[in-house]
Design a protein around this ligand. Structure first.
Ligand SMILES: [Ca+2]
Ligand SMILES: [Ca+2]
Ligand SMILES: [Ca+2]
Length: 269
């Protein structure tokens, strides 16, 4: 049993680096709240697609897998786009909905959301500015939470729904009764299945900004555990310098890098 868990962790840890390219593949299950969001990490280059799955009931945890939340970095607010529309590299096997929340700003507050890009589709499309007259828009480059769920799941704060959809197709600002408070939960479960969110204006977040120190290189961040060690060993043995070249001489890997990693690790977060 231990061995199975170990194997899964190795896969997850290696996936962390393999996913650094333009497509981020959901690692395990992305969290269902902003606080549990899965950071889209890498070397800071563009991320074009997030692919994942809403698995529904069972498996994952007591509450199932009906909502996936990612921490993303928007570097170009004016060109931002997030959608499951196929013509923009997206896909959803179900009636999907997308929600954007503040992360650098007031943490967990709603910003933009869409249910359907048009009357002709059930795929959502978030653009940089609301179309409902609320004047909500992405003001600054920075960190944001991007959530995907299936109809009819919508986010609420303690005061009610965060977004008010006068139509299915509006890009909504946080104009619901709950819009003045941070995310607290989802109103319901919803449809499930595989998805790809096509992105524009998004880059990956360097792990150095997420981890607590140079030894905290794999999720969960903020704690040293075996996934950090396994990723270090896999990158080191593969000769990949990004996360492993921690001590002089720089530009090559040797025993001093291993010692540096172990010292950071032993020191705690
Ligand atoms: Ca999931
Ligand atoms: Ca939809
Ligand atoms: Ca609205």
């Amino acid at each position: 049993m231990l061995r199975v868990g170990y194997g899964l962790m190795v896969g997850a840890a290696i996936g962390a680096h393999a996913a650094a390219g333009p497509e981020w593949m959901e690692m395990g299950d992305a969290g269902r709240t902003p606080a549990q969001a899965q950071p889209v990490t890498g070397n800071g280059s563009g991320v074009l697609i997030i692919s994942g799955r809403l698995g529904g009931t069972g498996l994952v945890n007591g509450v199932g897998d009906f909502h996936d939340v990612y921490l993303i970095r928007i570097d170009d607010p004016e060109s931002f786009r997030a959608t499951t529309l196929v013509e923009f590299e997206g896909f959803a096997a179900f009636d999907a909905e997308l929600f954007l929340f503040q992360a650098d700003g007031p943490e967990g507050f709603g910003l933009l959301a869409n249910l359907d890009a048009s009357a002709a589709t059930t795929d959502p499309l978030i653009t940089p500015m609301a179309t409902d007259g609320s004047q909500a828009s992405i003001q600054e480059p920075g960190l944001y939470y991007l959530a995907i769920s299936g109809k009819p799941a919508v986010p609420i704060s303690f005061d009610g729904p965060i977004f008010n959809f006068a139509s299915q197709t509006e890009v909504s600002g946080p104009d619901g009764n709950g819009g003045f408070n941070a995310f607290s939960d989802w109103l319901s479960d919803g449809e499930t299945g595989d998805y790809k969110v096509g992105l524009r204006g998004v880059v990956s977040i360097p792990i150095s900004e997420i981890g607590c120190d140079p030894a905290d290189i794999a999720p969960p961040y903020g704690v040293h555990d075996m996934t950090d060690v396994l990723l270090f060993l896999s990158e080191f043995s593969g000769g990949v310098l990004d996360l492993t070249d921690l001590a002089p001489p720089m530009g090559s890997l040797d025993f001093s890098d291993v010692v540096a990693f172990l010292l950071e690790f032993a020191d705690g977060c």
